[in-house]
Ligand binder design. Structure first.
Ligand SMILES: Cc1cc2nc3c(=O)[nH]c(=O)nc-3n(C[C@H](O)[C@H](O)[C@H](O)COP(=O)(O)OP(=O)(O)OC[C@H]3O[C@@H](n4cnc5c(N)ncnc54)[C@H](O)[C@@H]3O)c2cc1C
Length: 416
């Protein structure tokens, strides 16, 4: 059976594909198979989930979101999508610290790749996980909690630490958010005042189609207790209507804007669950580097934009707080992320990615594991400082390399 990812740019034929219906069945299948990978919701653009061994889907297991209001935590099954988890938390008066741009993705899949949202004070989504339940190569089940020796290496783990069956998410009191969009922020103003602009609200993203020296859109998602948004901001004007990040796409696909207050889970994602997020016909890449380099990196990208502009649908610039998870692209540093939504034409996308990687060569840029990159094994290895610790962990818990695939073996020293 041939499968594709959500975008259709990854096509692969697993040796076997099973939609499991119970944890016990997954344990038996894992114990009996030489190679195992799990598919989340399939939203990664890289081949991180692909395998020629056994591919498991956990989507037919009973879904549960158990909220413990007193502890401000929720235990969720691995394949639960944020669209299912967030309303349950909100009903209990709780919130996650942040969301990605789309609620369509699974919690385990988002954790595995270090998926993040926007906001200098907000760590990636995996950094809000306090417990993880995993099936080991022999089929046994183990639980890791924050503070356990292997925890920081097992959350953002590209599926290599085991089959995740459930996760515990830390929550905080629910809050309301207003989303304001500005048009035409001068690119030079962003480069020169990067920290101030990106710190101006709880979650801030700048979008550009790189058609000229402006960021077409500045999205500020501010908690209702933050100061009112000014009419003009560093030369940008408050938008007179709703916007979609990609020019020409229907604005009803995007979350409510124009400063209308609403619950956190209906404002922090860019896209509504009921609609296709982003465009669909696309490939994505993202590179994460130290925030101190943001202005210089933006200027370096601007200098080569004619080289990548033909493949670009839209670029997004955002910030993320640093974390302690070994394979997180934001490990150990406050981060700026340069994201690119490309066309789906590889003949123009491949040279565009090469141009971006070359422009960012001096900035210690780490690739997003779930998006497409062309960096070499050596370049990737040099940018993740805890790779040795991660490899020691994986080789210890999975000495036969049962959970590896071609993607992970391309960058990591793992049993073949
Ligand atoms: C339109 C769009 C917008 C996006 N926006 C953002 C964004 O705002 N921020 C961002 O950081 N990323 C973003 N992404 C990327 C996306 O968040 C990641 O690729 C994420 O990993 C997708 O989750 P998934 O459930 O689809 O995982 P998949 O792509 O299915 O799998 C990802 C990895 O997780 C592993 N995995 C999944 N489930 C399990 C399990 N139960 N046990 C063990 N391993 C498992 C898989 O084996 C694989 O290695 C976006 C993607 C799309 C398509």
């Amino acid at each position: 059976m041939t499968l594709t990812n959500w975008a259709g740019n990854v096509v692969f034929t697993p040796g076997d594909y099973v939609r499991a219906t119970s944890v016990e069945q997954v344990q038996e299948l894992v114990a009996g198979a030489p190679r195992v990978r799990v598919l989340g919701s399939g939203h990664s653009f890289s081949t991180v989930a692909a395998t020629d061994g056994l591919l498991l889907s956990l989507e037919d297991l009973p879904l549960s979101v158990d909220v413990d209001t007193a502890a401000a935590e929720a235990r969720v099954t691995a394949s639960a999508r944020f669209a299912h988890v967030m309303p349950a938390l909100h009903q209990a008066g709780l919130a996650l610290h942040n969301t990605g741009s789309l609620p369509h993705i699974s919690v385990a899949g988002a954790a595995a790749t270090g998926t993040h949202g926007s906001g200098t004070g907000n760590r990636c989504l995996a950094a809000g996980i306090t417990g993880i339940e995993l099936i080991a190569p022999d089929g046994s089940l183990r639980t890791l909690r924050t503070g356990d020796k292997d925890f920081d290496g097992s959350v953002v783990a590209l599926g290599l630490a085991g089959v995740v069956t459930a996760l515990t998410l830390k929550a905080q009191p629910a809050f309301d958010v207003r989303q304001y969009v500005y048009d035409d922020l001068p690119l030079a103003a962003l480069a020169e005042n990067f920290g101030e602009i990106m710190n101006s609200a709880y979650s801030v993203s700048a979008f550009t189609h790189w058609n000229g020296p402006t960021m077409d859109l500045l999205w500020r998602k501010q908690r209702v207790d933050e100061p009112e948004a000014p009419q003009t901001y560093f030369g940008a004007r408050l938008a007179d209507g709703a916007r979609h990040p990609i020019a020409g796409m229907p604005t009803e696909n995007a979350t409510q804007q124009l400063g209308v207050p609403g619950p956190w889970h209906e404002r922090l994602p860019h896209f509504r669950f009921e609609f296709t997020p982003s465009r669909g016909d696309e490939i994505q890449s993202e590179f994460l580097l130290p925030i101190e380099q943001a202005g210089a990196a933006l200027t370096a990208l601007d200098a080569v934009h004619p080289q990548f502009r033909p493949a670009l649908q839209v670029a997004e610039i955002r910030t993320i707080a640093g974390d302690d998870l070994w394979l997180s692209p934001a490990y150990g540093r406050t981060t700026v992320a340069f994201h690119f939504t490309w066309t789906d034409d590889l003949s123009e996308v491949t040279p565009a990615i090469a141009a971006v990687e070359s422009a960012l060569a001096d900035f210690d840029a780490r690739p997003h594991w779930g998006k497409v990159f062309g960096l070499s094994r050596e370049q990737v290895r040099s940018r993740y400082p805890r790779l040795d610790d991660f490899e020691e962990l994986v080789n210890r818990v999975d000495p036969q390399g049962k959970f590896t695939n071609a993607f992970t073996r391309a960058y990591l020293d793992l049993p073949a």
